[in-house]
Design a protein around this ligand. Sequence first.
Ligand SMILES: [Zn+2]
Length: 429
Amino acid sequence: MTSGTKQGLLLGRALLCAAALSCAGTGPARADEQAPMTAPSLPIVSDARLAGDTKQTRFVLDLDKPVAFRAFALPNPYRVVLDMGQVSFRLPTGVGVNGRGLVRAFRYGMVMPGGSRFVFDLTGPVRITSAKMMEAANGQPARLVLELEEVDQAAFTEALNQDAALALKPAVPDAPPLITPPQTVPAAKPAQPVDPRPVVVVDPGHGGVDNGTQSGSEAEKNVVLAFGIALRDRLEKSGKYRVVMTRSDDTFIPLNDRVKIAHDEKAALFVSIHADALPKGEGDAQGATIYTLSDKASDAEAQRLADAENRADAIGGVNLTDEPTDVADILIDLAQRETRTFSNRFARTLMGEMKTSTRMHKNPLKSAGFRVLKAPDVPSVLVELGYVSNKGDMEHLVSDGWRSKTAASMAQAIDAFLAKRLATAGPSN
Ligand SMILES: [Zn+2]
């Protein structure tokens, strides 16, 4: 990188769909289409394959109709991101696990309502030499073809800089909006009656292109979503809180957006839900662990975990260089210090309740530099429900009985913490 300044790399190497090809009507599904009974049909992606070698690699996607798309490269680590309007994935299982040529592996999923994404992990720097959408012809389905070519690092960086400059101008004047704006970060809501109840933000980790850890066919993103929904339902039943989910479906949400939701909602509490896995060959571990934010990790395992969880944005194809950096502001620092005291208090309360219903890790309270816990003004904890790498934990994680019992004890802890907090401090807003 030439300097530490923010470079508009997010749009780097943006290649809008070829102007020669009509993209109209192939963008994101629109709610206003005339289909009162059935949802508008999304383009179906039926196959994805790689060809070529370590000099030139081609990616081919089969669809039932053309879609608007763009592709761009990202550094650190080297990736190519392919964004398109929302599609329905009907790909063979295991596709993308093993790469070919310049592509080490790829993954795909919904990245926001109305938008789908492929993320390619690369073996090194590449240039996107061509990106084309071809309409169905001669019995062949519509195809999206990406051509990648090996380049050296200098050429890669130069291309990114050029694209950053280009991205400041509209690339194609009449290009349709590729993806509807994310609905996960709530905009100012028009004249809704003010709900005075404290807000609890429930944050199921990962989602969409980011599976989290994996054990057999069970991905962390699904396990934690099921738990998050159970916790939400439990909390809502009491009527005492307004519960906001950072995601309630299989959508990728960048880490900063999760933090922003907590901040914008003036949340009284933020609870991030995850499940851990021990790397192969590192023995076995079991039980739930509750993490709070700290500058220095409480132990090596906490550091490893924070590193893994903080990688979510790279996995999801968010460009970290484009994200606002932490503001080293003294006021934020002070707010954060107070917030951390409350976070630690909640973590202890939570441990006391959870151990009555579920197996805890032998050191159940830890801390590390989790990015998702960095809202300066919202007490935040991250709960690793257990280890998907442990057979006993895994049986719990997929069990309805365990889930409802554990969500109930979590809700109990939230009640106890907020009752005390709100009695002494008044509502946070
Ligand atoms: Zn996780």
